[in-house]
Design a protein around this ligand. Structure first.
Ligand code: PBG
Length: 334
């Protein structure tokens, strides 16, 4: 972006001149999101029903495996580069250790295989974290006091990432915020021959109220005890986000992510400008729900809000955006 120091003074300089026409506005626009910037957040489930609406996220359904494969074809048609998969697991498969996360015959590996068979050109990213699989809804293993154990959890996460890579995932995306998991996962993937599987690290992930609808979508809201403040970041902090990001890059992250999105654009801006690595941002469930709820009341224009928020992410320096709006956004931007 060219930075001119020439300002000029009114009335010879009139900032509104180039705003007069649609053509001149388009000509000087700096940030333009395109379908290439999108990662489609998809919720999948292990039941028979094709689609189950998520109450807190109007317009988002939990998809069964066949529907997920169709969504991959749809992503290809719309030019959406990648899909991020989030699983809703039947309660009978949950336990304290979240061991279903490491099941090579589980839902996520089956979804990866079905999507890859249907549309191999679409990138598949998988969430690495135990919360959809644990009976307590936390992202890791608990000790007797209910504290989330770090190193024991990292061992379980490396197994989970390995299962995803073996099933054909292109990207593994640890969203758990344990220390040291990026390096451990990279080592495990390399040992097993998956040198080209990418790691998208949720590097700066804050303990946020805006995850509420997601926890309903993946079925952790009902079981989660307490909060996640001992592992997700405190929302008052910036320097900590930069340190988290630096460590993840050092450990081998190919891309980093900031989450949530819109309320944390300052973090997106600093991470993208200070590290110069591909920086993704997650327009999370609560951000989606806010726009949907207001639009349903007729209080704002949904399509315009989608394009504006995506432009804001690009303006802040994001290389891409994970969003539940991806299908509609690709239509609007394509
Ligand atoms: C946790 C995880 C979260 C999301 C995805 N994976 C947050 C959480 O439950 O703490 C949030 C996604 C969203 O809100 O859209 N591993």
């Amino acid at each position: 972006m060219p930075k001119s120091l020439v300002t000029g003074a009114f009335p010879s300089s009139r900032m509104r001149r180039v705003r007069q026409h649609d053509w001149s506005r388009r000509l000087v626009r700096e940030s333009k999101p395109s379908p290439d910037d999108l990662v489609w957040g998809l919720i999948v489930h292990d039941g028979k029903e094709k689609r189950i609406p998520v109450k807190t996220m109007p317009g988002v359904d939990r998809l069964n495996i066949d529907e997920a494969a169709k969504a991959a074809v749809r992503a290809r048609e719309l030019g959406i580069p990648a899909i991020a998969v989030f699983p809703h697991i039947d309660g009978s498969k949950k336990n304290d250790a979240g061991s279903e996360a490491g099941n090579p015959e589980g839902l996520v590996p089956a979804v990866i295989q079905a999507m890859k068979a249907a549309a191999p050109e679409v990138g598949i990213a998988c969430d690495v974290a135990l919360d959809p699989f644990t009976s307590h809804g936390h992202d890791g293993l608990l000790d007797e006091a209910g504290y989330v154990l770090n190193d024991e959890t990292v061992a379980a996460l490396t197994e989970q990432a390995l299962v995803q890579a073996r099933a054909g995932a292109d990207i593994v995306a640890p969203s758990d915020m344990m220390d040291g998991r990026i390096g451990a996962i990279r080592d495990m993937l390399d040992e097993d021959g998956h040198h080209n599987v990418m790691i998208l690290s949720y590097a700066a992930k804050y303990a946020s109220a805006f995850y509420g609808p997601y926890r309903d979508a993946v079925g952790t809201a009902a079981v989660l005890k307490g909060d996640k403040k001992t592992y997700q970041m405190d929302f008052g902090n910036t320097e900590e986000a930069l340190r988290e990001t630096a460590m993840d890059i050092e450990e081998g992250a190919d891309m980093v992510m900031v989450k949530p999105g819109l309320p944390y654009l300052d973090i997106v801006q600093r991470v993208s400008s200070e590290f110069g690595v591909p920086t993704l941002v997650f327009q999370i469930s609560g951000e989606y729900a806010q726009i949907k709820a207001a639009a349903a009341q007729g209080w704002l224009d949904e399509d315009k809000a989608i394009v504006e928020t995506l432009s804001a992410f690009k303006r802040a320096g994001a290389s891409g955006v994970i969003t539940y709006f991806a299908e509609r956004a690709a239509q609007l931007l394509g």
